[in-house]
Design a protein around this ligand. Structure first.
Ligand code: AGP
Length: 612
């Protein structure tokens, strides 16, 4: 949430900042702003998207080679020009951009107001700007860097900040606690950003800052220390990202591109982990901890949103095949509900971004209680990935559309491999079943491809329902989480109220919604729940609901009852979620498109939720 970019070097900083902000816009798009150091600190900011900032600065002085920028997802204070970042301290000594939340801002603001400091915005960030300035004025503080460090010791909360000081315009100071910051190292230049996307065009040499780090950057020097003023540990790493990954290519939206990438991202995720010659699954990241995993009393899987849905698929798989008790928890609940966890428990944190604040906090809490912590993340080097004891990366590539699509199927791919491997290790499935599962997984990319080829039909059906006000999504077993995920996709990008339900639960309440205006999407496969689902759908049919059914090619029950069909290839039920979700992603996409919604940047949302 919120994107930060900074540059210090010889290049034209404006174009680096604006391009960077465009790449970071998926993290927040309420307002955007920049500050360029050029005979003073020049701040330009505007409510709305980066394009509005661009029009606003068209006639302004944007020369300079040092600067910072920010794209905001509002927490404190409504999205308007005033609350947009960068924020300037009372006497103009400091300008800063911030990602995160200063939790004790009200207390600090009161204290600073009593000391005579004046505030012009509703933001917690302005409080930090003034706090830095307050310490800068103290006799014992002899530099901007020291003022930043001292101020940060008074702050409770999360931050990634980049600060410019009027008196030291050749310097950029950055600090991290809980909100990510990456330093890009060039020739006589440094870049700073919330993620590597603004940096990759210029250098592949980066440092992921750690919590508690402060970086002092000049054109030709970099000093990394801790807030307490001791030397910080850091590692220079090579980026595994190319500029092409950040392009929409020929697609109208990132979301559509990402849906269509799935045959590749699923196979990229299992490649090197399935050995077809040896009929085996090898999860390299877990090699050292398998003994602990197989000995676990239970597995707790935590995540938020789509990642939580992937966790639910894993619950069905692990309990059915590996016979290990699994609990799936919303990270936001788990972290506060005083759960009973300890040694012998395995906690798996699932996160595309690897930065979700609730998931990160929940795993830290479980870690303190002695559980083994595993991570399934997409973003390499992310905070969650770094906090875990072991883990497996999904290889979905950069996901930019706010609605998660390819990340979900990559997560389910990893979790399915994990469940099969665990079942095999625990001798709960025989070699033949294990090999059958491997074959089924290897067949998924081609089957997804064939579903994608059917997109014109899905678009046609979407047209019929694009004016809907509500929608119900039903599924059972492995396909219940898919129903939840289908409903989430529709509501987040088209703003149609949609609910996902276990089909068997419908008669306990949601059936009251059914009438001839309600689209009811039913997700089915040829599994042990099929007959039950057919009966549930009879109940919808009897009440004149419009049935849109995801069915396999072999279906001969639901297709007779449905108003519209999305056909998918047959598969083993254990991998059916990877197929059934694809038409639902496309259905949501086309409906949102027809309603004129901003598909990649839906209102009120941000890609990486770094606040709780
Ligand atoms: C999915 O479409 C969402 N935008 C959202 O629910 C997301 O899955 C959630 O915020 C978790 O993100 P993470 O996977 O990066 O932790």
């Amino acid at each position: 949430m919120c994107g930060i970019v900074g540059y210090i070097g010889e290049k034209n900083v404006y174009s680096i900042l604006v391009k960077g902000l465009q790449r970071l816009e998926y993290r927040g798009y309420d307002s955007a702003g920049i500050c360029i150091a050029n005979s003073g600190l020049k701040v330009y900011k505007k409510k709305g998207k980066v394009s509005e900032l661009e029009s606003f600065v068209a006639s302004k002085d944007i020369h300079g080679s040092i600067g910072i920028g920010h794209t905001r997802w509002a927490t404190h204070g409504e999205p308007n020009d005033l609350n947009a970042h960068p924020h300037t301290s009372m006497n103009g000594h400091f300008v800063l951009v911030h990602n995160g939340i200063i939790e004790n801002y009200a207390e600090l603001k009161k204290d600073l107001s009593e000391k005579g400091m004046v505030f012009h915005t509703d933001t917690d960030t302005e409080v930090l700007a003034n706090l830095i300035e307050y310490y800068y004025q103290q006799e014992e503080v002899d530099s901007a860097e020291m003022a930043v460090r001292v101020a940060l010791t008074k702050v409770v909360g999360a931050y990634g900040i980049v600060v410019l000081c009027n008196d030291e315009p050749e310097k950029m100071i950055a600090a991290r606690m809980g909100s990510p910051l990456v330093i890009g190292i060039g020739q006589g230049e440094y870049f700073l950003a919330s993620d590597a996307s603004p940096i990759v065009e210029y250098t592949d040499s980066v440092i992921y800052m750690n919590d508690g780090d402060v970086a002092i950057l000049e054109k030709n020097s970099m000093l990394l220390k801790t807030v307490e003023n001791s030397a910080a540990n850091f590692k220079v790493t090579k980026l595994d990202l190319s500029i092409g990954d950040l392009d929409k290519g020929d697609f109208e939206h990132y979301m559509l591109k990402e849906i269509f990438e799935q045959p590749k991202t699923i196979s990229d995720t299992y490649r090197g982990r399935i050995n077809p010659e040896k009929n085996d699954i090898v999860l390299g990241g877990l090699i050292d901890v398998w003994d602990q995993i197989t000995a676990a009393n239970r597995i707790i899987i935590i995540g938020c949103g789509t990642s939580w849905h992937a966790a639910l698929v894993a619950e069905y798989l692990i309990e059915e095949y590996a016979r290990v008790p699994v609990e799936v928890e919303y990270a936001s609940e788990f972290r506060y509900r005083k759960p009973i966890i300890g040694k012998g428990d395995v906690v798996v944190a699932i996160s595309q971004s690897g930065e979700t604040a609730d998931t990160l906090a929940a795993l830290k809490m479980a870690k303190e209680k002695g559980a083994l912590i595993l991570g399934i993340c997409n973003v390499v080097g992310s905070s969650i990935a770094r906090e875990t004891d072991a883990g497996v990366y999904t290889h979905a590539g950069t996901e930019i559309g706010v609605a998660s699509t390819k990340a979900f199927t990559a997560q389910v791919t990893v979790l399915t491999l994990f469940a099969f491997k665990l079942a095999h290790k625990k001798e709960k499935i025989d070699q033949q079943t294990y090999e059958l599962f491997i074959e089924e997984m290897l067949a998924i990319p081609d089957k997804v491809q064939s579903i994608l080829l059917g997109h014109p039909k899905i678009k046609e059906v979407a047209e019929k329902y694009s004016e809907a006000i509500n929608a119900l999504y039903l599924g059972r077993g492995y396909l219940f989480p898919v129903a939840l995920e289908g409903a989430l996709k529709l509501k987040e990008i088209s703003y149609i109220h949609a609910e996902g339900y276990a089909a068997g639960e419908m008669k306990h309440g949601p059936i009251a919604l059914v009438d001839d205006n309600l689209p009811v999407v039913v997700v089915s496969a040829q599994d042990s729940y099929y007959e039950k689902v057919v009966s549930n759908i009879q109940e919808v049919k009897a009440r004149k609901g419009n049935i849109i059914a995801v069915v396999t090619e072999e279906d001969n029950g639901l297709r007779e009852m449905a108003n519209d069909l999305f056909e998918i290839p047959c598969s083993h039920p254990a991998v059916a979620s990877l197929l059934t979700v694809v038409p639902l992603q496309l259905f949501a996409y086309y409906i949102a498109l027809m309603r004129g919604c901003d598909v990649d940047q839906p209102r009120n949302l941000a890609k990486s939720v770094t606040v709780e």
